[in-house]
Design a protein around this ligand. Structure first.
Ligand code: ADP
Ligand code: MG
Length: 301
């Protein structure tokens, strides 16, 4: 690559909202054949909203039936999530505020990466998160799995709520697919990319979302280290891999890929780990970056 053509490309990139770290990143991106995309915040808006609250009948939600039990469950969930920075947490807190629910103080708050949160609320040891978290706490989610599966099949994320060693219910959120995603994926295919969705979310939810898009492969239920392992697995199989993501949990995978693409609206650590940063975090930025990389390298050869 000549320094001149790379400089021109860097300038053009900046105008198109693509920040290029170095010449090698652009050069490597022209050769990438596989693109891994994080679901939350990359394919979807990353702003989930609360859609469902299900309290187990007779569960000790704090008293009352129906709406009362639901509100008690949601208030407990929101109290726990107030200390979390996860997008799912914001959805739950906002949902509780919309219902004018009173939140309680939390002590011993702990965030379990890729699983959920725990803490003590009004003297009760409470937890909120996925089945993996409940299993870790010795609780079975089986009584709610049918309800949860129905929610997952329409692309929602279900999170279980427990307190005092008892499963109390679940809350669910929906995170809409970005308006630009479907068309951009079509263009990325036309530009020769095999597209894999990687997500910490569960298999059913992930497949429901992927089913509305032309995604070639889905890897669900993976922890941050898992995304990095996926990058390594594909590279070991001879693929040239780009990874696009926005979260703190995507940073190791971004750093390990042939090209890391930070979706600009996300965490600083993601930007530091990336070769390309998209100022506007939608997939059309990747389409533009791919075209730019190819045009630049064509001129050089
Ligand atoms: P993603 O790859 O979709 O960004 P994460 O790795 O952040 O997912 O989280 C994976 C799963 O862990 C979530 O789908 C959710 O079920 C659970 N989880 C993580 N953080 C929280 C939280 N603060 N509250 C509730 N659930 C959480
Ligand atoms: Mg994420």
């Amino acid at each position: 690559a000549t320094p001149m053509s790379i400089m021109t490309a860097t300038g053009r990139g900046a105008q198109a909202g693509i920040l290029i770290k170095d010449a090698e990143a652009l050069e490597r991106f022209s050769r990438v054949d596989t693109l891994i995309v994080d679901k939350t915040g990359t394919l979807t808006e990353g702003k989930p909203r609360l859609t469902d609250v299900v309290a187990i009948a007779g569960g000790r939600g704090g008293g009352g039936e129906g709406r009362g039990a639901e509100n008690d469950l949601l208030a407990l969930a929101a109290s726990l999530e107030r200390g979390s920075e996860h997008p799912l947490a914001d959805a739950i807190v906002d949902g509780a505020r919309a219902r004018d629910l009173q939140l309680q103080a939390v002590s011993e708050f702990d965030a379990v990466t890729g699983k959920g949160v725990t803490g003590v609320v009004a003297g009760r040891v409470a937890a909120l998160g996925n089945p993996a978290l409940m299993t870790q706490l010795g609780l079975s989610t089986s009584s709610l799995e049918t309800v949860a599966d129905d929610l997952r099949d329409v692309g929602k994320t279900a999170m279980f709520v427990a307190a005092d060693g008892q499963l109390l219910g679940l809350v669910a959120v929906a995170d809409p697919i970005k308006e630009t995603t479907a068309e951009a994926i079509g263009k990325l295919h036309a530009l020769g990319l095999f597209i894999i969705m990687a997500t910490g979310d569960n298999e059913r939810t992930a497949r429901a979302v992927a089913g509305r898009l032309e995604i070639n492969d889905v890897r669900a239920g993976i922890l941050p280290e898992g995304k990095q392992a996926l990058v390594e697995e594909l590279r070991a199989a001879g693929r040239s891999v780009a990874m696009a993501g926005d979260g703190v949990n995507d940073a190791p995978a971004l750093a390990g890929a042939d090209v890391g693409i930070a979706m600009g609206t996300g965490a600083d650590v993601a930007v530091e780990s990336a070769g390309l940063t998209l100022v506007k975090g939608d997939l059309n930025g990747i389409v533009r970056a791919r075209k730019l990389a190819r045009a630049t390298l064509r001129n050089i050869r």
